[in-house]
Design a protein around this ligand. Structure first.
Ligand SMILES: *Cc1c(COP(=O)(O)O)cnc(C)c1O
Length: 467
């Protein structure tokens, strides 16, 4: 592709993107597609000779785009959002064009220093004290893995990386039963083993880990000769938004000298609004905190903000270079690849810079407050509707419901009917073993009318099912 063609096709792609975003409401949120349909539309072998860009682009439009689930659709109410504000897409385009490898300061000086500054901006924006430093990870899963590796190394006197786990004591990690599966996987990958992840039952209106039960479990493990290594707290669990009482949990952890990591992958974005910070009161006592600006905030995937009280513990765990203490922070140089499991890193700070400047914190706060308000209002309308029951109350913009008194088959049938209809997209979870339907409002372009469409679709299909 020569320079003129590069410019022309980049412009075509940009035009396509703008039209795509502008017309999303005209399409079902999920494609109507049979498994294998796209696969069969793609030739079995690559071409031996070059094909025309016109044809390549036409096939993208004809085969790929119609087969996508539209995560930027204003009525995407499933999972959690993966918002990509248009301005962050523009930044990603520039990042793609430069295509830098940002593993070391010298491979990406401006990217590294912008990352440092953006993590300071975000830290201040969510109200963490300036004793925290941040790094952008590819995902919350990676941040949590990194935190668990620090817990492991710290508990083993920094010998795990060299001696492995067999020689050391049996490590134990604690969390509530509301944590994301990324915690389970971090335990597997770190070699600590799922049998040593102690899940403390959650209780109360916020589905929080019982701190007294946490303390009892730690004491029992110590008495049994096991070695507690860390506690993972949860702010805004994926299933129903569970939030631990971080003050109580961190107090217990500190009493036993345990490292604490807080997973706020989704809910962390809401902390730019001071009124929501009660949900993670006490977070300033944690050792490590992660949240995903690529979820609710609008920084195009991937962008996970990992804040650390003592980055040197992480660098000591993950840096390959033995002289890490010399390079770390010396001469103002940070090599962020020493803060993460992968070596190679994308330039992820630019989209945050564009996003935060183009919308301002006030603009983003308004979006999040609207989502919470519209979700709570929808919850109240559904509660007042015959045939629907609310199962878990709104945590920020997430609540769950089902047809009143429904068994799993009836709930499943309603979800399937809603998603086949296509105007909205919802997913399910289990509460006390029973299937429920999740609703979360969080799409960047959502408007109040979209919540009204959700109400109409849910009621219409629930009524049809009842008839
Ligand atoms: C989405 C989510 C994760 C996983 O995030 P990734 O960035 O996809 O790894 C972890 N924890 C919680 C609470 C989440 O909502």
């Amino acid at each position: 592709m020569n320079t003129d063609d590069f410019a022309e096709w980049s412009a075509r792609a940009a035009q396509w993107g703008a039209e795509y975003r502008a017309t999303l409401r005209d399409h079902p949120v999920r494609p109507r597609l049979a498994p294998g349909q796209t696969y069969r539309a793609i030739p079995a072998h690559p071409p031996e000779t070059p094909e025309a860009m016109e044809q390549i682009f036409a096939d993208f439009e004809g085969i790929i785009a119609p087969g996508m689930t539209h995560w930027q659709h204003p009525r995407f109410f499933a999972y959690f959002p993966a918002n990509a504000a248009p301005v962050s897409v523009v930044a990603e385009y520039l990042v793609s064009a430069m295509a830098a490898q940002c593993m070391l300061w010298q491979t990406s000086p401006a990217a590294t220093e912008l990352e440092t500054r953006m993590m300071e901006w975000l830290r201040d924006a969510i109200g963490l004290p300036d004793t925290f430093e941040g790094v952008i990870q590819d995902s919350a899963s990676s941040a949590t893995l990194a935190a668990v590796l620090v817990m492991r190394e710290r508990a083993l006197g920094w010998t795990g990386n060299t001696a492995g786990l067999r020689a050391g004591p049996q490590l134990r990690i604690y969390c509530s039963d509301q944590v994301h599966t990324s915690v389970d996987r971090a335990i597997w990958i770190s070699g600590i083993g799922a049998d040593n992840l102690v899940k403390i039952p959650s209780t109360g209106p916020r589905h929080s880990m019982d701190a007294a039960a946490l303390d009892a479990a730690i004491r029992a493990d110590i008495a049994a000769g096991l070695k507690p290594a860390g506690v993972i707290g949860c702010t805004g669990g994926t299933s129903i938004g569970g939030c631990d009482d971080l003050t109580a949990v961190i107090r217990v952890a500190k009493a036993h000298d345990l490292y604490t990591h807080i997973d706020a992958a989704w809910a962390g974005s809401a902390m730019i609004c001071p009124e929501f910070r009660t949900l993670w009161a006490g977070v300033e006592g944690a050792d490590s905190v992660v949240f995903n600006p690529h979820k609710w905030l609008g920084a195009q995937f991937d962008c996970s903000a990992h804040f650390l009280r003592t980055p040197s513990d992480l660098v000591r765990t993950l840096a390959i270079q033995p002289e890490y203490l010399k390079t770390h922070g010396a001469d103002g140089i940070i090599n962020y690849s020493e803060w993460s499991v992968p070596l190679g890193r994308r330039f992820r700070a630019l989209k945050l810079w564009f996003l935060l400047r183009a919308h301002g914190l006030d603009g983003l706060r308004e979006m999040i407050r609207n989502h919470v308000r519209w979700s709570v209002a929808l919850c109240e309308k559904l509660r007042a509707t015959d045939g629907i029951e609310i199962v878990t109350e709104p945590m920020l913009s997430l609540f769950t419901f089902r047809p009143t008194g429904a068994d799993d088959a009836t709930t499943q049938a309603l979800i399937e009917a809603i998603n086949a209809d296509g105007r909205i997209y919802l997913t399910q979870t289990r509460v006390d073993g029973a299937l429920v339907i999740r609703f979360q409002a969080g799409a960047f372009d959502m408007q109040a009318e979209d919540a009204e469409v959700a109400y109409d679709v849910i009621c219409e299909l629930a009524r049809q099912q009842g008839a």
